[in-house]
Design a protein around this ligand. Structure first.
Ligand code: C5P
Length: 218
């Protein structure tokens, strides 16, 4: 089953407070998006890559990048634009702002999606999580039953297309699994590392660089 990775990197980075979108800032001498593309170029299960971007980018050196698609107003809109450019049976959606994903995580997530139809890379929750209401703690959640949803999230393309059908795209759709959950289709979890951070705030760049250096030492 052929697989396309959609890498969404068309965000404006409003939380980042930088003129340059966060995916084009450098860590360890290369833009964040380049680290991310390199992980997918190195993953044997990935046949092609669709990049979703808000600005132009020279992708000629990346052999798997087949298309560059314009972003949408929200992340979900960007994913939908990317999905329209996919012609393979499997699709893996990944945040361009997650450069620390490993090839092993990509491979295991895609393999699980080929087997089950839908798979989500997750990380454990190490803090105690409270639900809140009215300025007070309402409840303590059982963290053994909680996971952070990371990317990639991989699916049979047909299933993801169905999940996007008749959906009003808005900012509350923060991942693809949410839409597939609404269809009632089971989604297998793939345990991943909490090091697969999404660069969101300026301090995350420092952390990402330290984590990359640590990986190179290993
Ligand atoms: O906004 P957030 O941090 O959740 O974005 C996750 C990923 O989605 C980032 O890589 C960002 O560039 C991308 N994105 C996008 N189009 C948007 C908003 C976010 O491709 N309109």
């Amino acid at each position: 089953m052929k697989t396309t990775a959609i890498i969404v990197a068309a965000g404006s980075g409003s939380r980042f407070k930088s003129d340059i979108p966060k995916q084009f800032l450098e860590i360890s001498g290369k833009p964040v998006i380049v680290h991310t593309i390199e992980r997918f170029e190195s993953a044997p299960s990935v046949d092609s890559i669709v990049l979703v971007l808000a600005s132009s980018f020279d992708f000629s050196i990346y052999s798997k990048v087949v298309k560059i698609v314009a972003g949408g107003l929200t992340r979900a809109g960007s994913v939908r634009n990317g999905l329209n450019a996919v012609d393979t049976e499997i699709v893996a959606v990944h945040d361009g702002a997650r450069p620390l994903v490993t090839v092993d995580e990509i491979e295991r997530t895609i393999a699980k999606a080929k087997e089950t139809g839908a798979a989500c890379l997750v990380a454990p929750v190490t803090d105690t999580i409270k639900s809140i209401g009215g300025g007070e703690i309402a409840d303590t959640l059982d963290r053994d039953k909680l996971r952070r949803a990371l990317t990639p999230q991989a699916f049979k393309a047909e299933l993801l297309r169905k999940a996007f059908e008749n959906v009003e795209i808005n900012e509350s759709i923060t991942d693809e699994c949410y839409l597939v959950e609404k269809l009632g289709h089971p989604i297998a979890i793939v345990e991943g590392s909490s090091r697969n951070i999404k660069i969101t705030h300026p301090g995350d760049l420092v952390l990402a660089e330290a984590l990359l250096m640590d990986r190179l030492k290993a």
